[in-house]
Design a protein around this ligand. Structure first.
Ligand SMILES: *Cc1c(COP(=O)(O)O)cnc(C)c1O
Length: 429
């Protein structure tokens, strides 16, 4: 199946006289004929459905669909993107270990890596998104257990050189994790370029309609945990599961099964069946929507780049963009997110945003409706100026998430808001 077909058909194939639409299985638990049957499933929760922290049929169907779209062997849905990145790291790292991450990543992930994981004894070493192989390699030490980056960074919209990061990770015997939220598997499949684990905030384009939060972790099945020698938790018996060894028992999807059996069991951040159902509705039109986001955002970017109020614009599909070559290599389109720096810094950025009428000012991105956000004053306000610069964020930066309204209506709105900056300026002078 090709992507648009997978969006509609992967994960759920009804048999004779079964519901055409994937049903919501709104049950936390399952019944068994005997205590022996229950005991057998406790020994190995992959044998049958036992309890919603391990699996639910509606959630499983969505997991299978996303794994198919990304080209992975298995996936695990979580209750949010934050939970996905948290579990993706905790599945590899214990206290004393560290992660090497691109500095241009989502502010919430920077918080998680720099503050909360640090309290658990897991550190993060940041490298520039444009770092050379040598610079990435120098950041890796004997306790580094993963390299992490975002395909298209939120909000800097830089493009990760996935092959370069994968090569350095693999040369050091560790996996590459790529957060593919902004690209979605429609525009990029990081596994094809060497990523071992892919994560998403499904709250964004995958859901698309701003109706429920969620996340997902996809396992490529490609990383050789045994050959690496750095991951005894994958190759030695798990005492909390009667001595199962994940690689020995499950083979390729060892990473996801370990995440499910240890971390989902213990942290419990699983999505509700109803949320999985809504996510599936979003996924059904993902291909169609992503192509339209790319078309609308390209029109909007071409309008914005010529306006004198704009100091700089980042949208990788633009020929003059710093990341255009990487975008051509890795992306089938640059998605709907454009980042602009408004001349006059913070004050003019705020004037511009407050003058918008159609685009909404909201803490969200990748919505079906156009929305804007001021990273320095909102999502990234906890960062120091130094961290802001490292994350690629200037005080006058506005993140424009282009929606699926008629592109000309979006442009009319942006135009009147840019004109409003000038009006305010001429009144002041
Ligand atoms: C929003 C976002 C997250 C966090 O996801 P939530 O669903 O809000 O928890 C992680 N990574 C990226 C790139 C995001 O944009």
């Amino acid at each position: 199946m090709r992507d648009d077909t997978k969006c509609l058909h992967a994960g759920y194939t009804p048999k004779n006289s079964e519901p055409r639409v994937m049903p919501i299985v709104q049950s936390t638990t399952y019944v068994f004929d005997s205590t022996d049957d229950v005991a057998a499933v406790f020994d190995d929760p992959t044998k049958a459905l036992i309890y919603s922290r391990f699996a639910n049929p509606t959630v499983m169907a969505v997991e299978e669909k996303i794994a198919a779209l990304e080209g992975g062997v298995a996936a695990m849905c979580t209750s949010s993107g934050q939970a996905a990145n948290l579990l993706a790291i905790l599945n590899l790292c214990s206290a004393g270990d560290n992660v090497v991450a691109s500095s241009q990543i989502y502010g919430g992930t920077i918080n998680l890596f720099s503050f909360t994981l640090k309290k658990l004894g897991i550190e993060c070493h940041y490298v520039n998104v444009d770092a050379s192989e040598e610079e990435i390699s120098n950041a890796i030490d004997s306790n580094t257990k993963a390299v992490f980056g975002e395909t298209i960074a939120n909000p800097a919209v830089s493009v990760l050189d996935i092959e370069k990061f994968a090569k350095v990770a693999h040369d050091n015997g560790i996996p590459l994790i790529v957060d593919n939220t902004f690209a979605t598997p429609i525009l990029c499949k990081p596994i094809e370029f060497g990523a071992d684990i892919v994560t998403h905030s499904t709250t964004k384009y995958m859901d698309g309609h701003a109706v429920q939060g969620g996340g997902v972790i996809v396992d490529s099945g490609n990383f050789d945990w045994k050959a690496s020698g750095k991951f005894p938790d994958f190759t030695e018996p798990d005492d909390s599961y009667h001595g199962i060894t994940y690689v020995g028992t499950y083979g390729k999807p060892a990473y996801i099964l370990k995440a499910r059996m240890q971390l989902m069991r213990d942290f419990g951040c699983y999505p509700a069946a109803h949320s999985a159902f809504l996510l599936n509705l979003g996924l059904e039109t993902l291909g169609l929507r992503m192509r339209q986001y790319c078309e609308n955002a390209t029109k909007v970017a071409n309008f914005l780049k010529d306006r004198e109020e704009i100091e700089s614009i980042s949208y990788p599909a633009l020929e003059e963009d710093k990341y255009h070559e990487l975008a051509k290599k890795y992306l089938k389109g640059s998605s709907g997110v454009i980042s602009v720096v408004i001349k006059g810094g913070r004050d003019n950025a705020i004037k511009f945003m407050d003058s918008l009428k159609l685009a909404s000012n909201e803490v969200h991105v990748a919505d079906i409706r156009t929305c804007v956000l001021h990273p320095a004053g909102e999502t990234h306000r906890q960062l120091t100026d130094e961290q802001l610069i490292a994350a690629g964020i200037e005080p006058g930066m506005v993140r424009v998430s282009v929606g699926l309204e008629d592109a000309d209506d979006i442009i009319d709105d942006l135009k009147q808001a840019l004109d409003a900056i000038n009006k305010a300026d001429s009144l002041n002078s």
